[in-house]
Design a protein. Structure first.
Length: 264
């Protein structure tokens, strides 16, 4: 596992955007195959998406040969609802870049057969060639996507019931009303994320500090599904000084030293 530590979320978000753009450009130089990326929602990636939009408009990167798959969507929430993840992604990314509409994939939380929708989504990822890179965030309890604590680390795309904690955290997007937050969601599984060639997880702010401590220094456990990244050959956490504050000083110094050595 690699941990990139920046002073604040703005610096971390810029690092992630430039890293993603560099990976897209690098593949485009050697292959005509699409770059396949997993994408997340929530407040954490907004600054990263804003920088990617700037880079697209400036001609520094193109999404014309990128295929994207979003990690989750609420069950039963209309696509046009402002807090659906369909709406979120178009508002903060897709409406501003050159990705082809047919290359955009988001789970359908209103599908008549939810299980079939999940199975088809997994197959579509495989048919696209698998993820070159998966960009994710992490919840305050250490969950990735909607893989709540005690989700199997071998889980795949499926329907899940959201915990009260997760619904309370997300209530801020629903006028602060816990009861407006859907009780279920469709989500890629932990194994779906970890099957990516690379995984980049964004974690900013003091509320993510315990999650990072558990994921980095704790045992690999379904209690903290982000901890599955410990077993990934190319897993990276991008964080700020506040979110990394609970790890041991020796761990902090180690990750700083590794990055410094790699940049020599």
């Amino acid at each position: 596992m690699k941990v990139i530590i920046r002073n604040n979320s703005a610096e971390g978000s810029l690092w992630a955007a430039h890293y993603i753009a560099a990976k897209i450009n690098a593949k485009a130089k050697v292959s005509n195959k699409p770059f396949v990326i997993g994408l997340c929602t929530g407040s954490t990636p907004i600054e990263t998406y804003a920088e990617l939009i700037r880079m697209v408009k400036a001609g520094e990167v193109s999404f014309k040969n990128v295929i994207s798959f979003n990690m989750d969507e609420y069950v039963g929430l209309p696509v046009e609802h402002p807090e659906s993840y369909h709406s979120f992604m178009h508002r903060y990314l897709f409406d501003h870049i050159d990705e082809k509409p047919e290359n955009i994939h988001i789970l359908d939380g209103n599908a008549p057969d939810i299980e079939a929708e999940c199975a088809a989504y997994e197959k579509a990822i495989v048919d696209a060639g698998g993820f070159d890179l998966f960009l994710g965030g992490v919840g305050e309890d250490g969950h990735i996507a909607f893989n709540e604590p005690f989700s199997s680390l071998s889980s795949r795309t499926r329907v899940v019931t959201l915990t009260q904690d997760t619904r309370e955290v997300n209530a801020r997007f629903f006028d602060g009303d816990f009861n407006k937050v859907p009780k279920q969601a469709l989500t890629v599984g932990v194994a779906t994320v970890l099957s990516s060639k690379e995984v980049v997880i964004l974690a900013f702010g003091s509320k993510k500090a315990r999650a990072l401590k558990d994921a980095i220094e704790g045992p690999m456990s379904h209690y903290c599904t982000l901890s599955g990244l410990q077993n990934h050959p190319a897993g990276t956490i991008v964080c700020d000084e506040n979110s990394i504050s609970e790890v041991k000083v020796s761990s902090y110094r180690y990750f700083k030293a590794v990055e410094e050595a790699e940049n020599l």
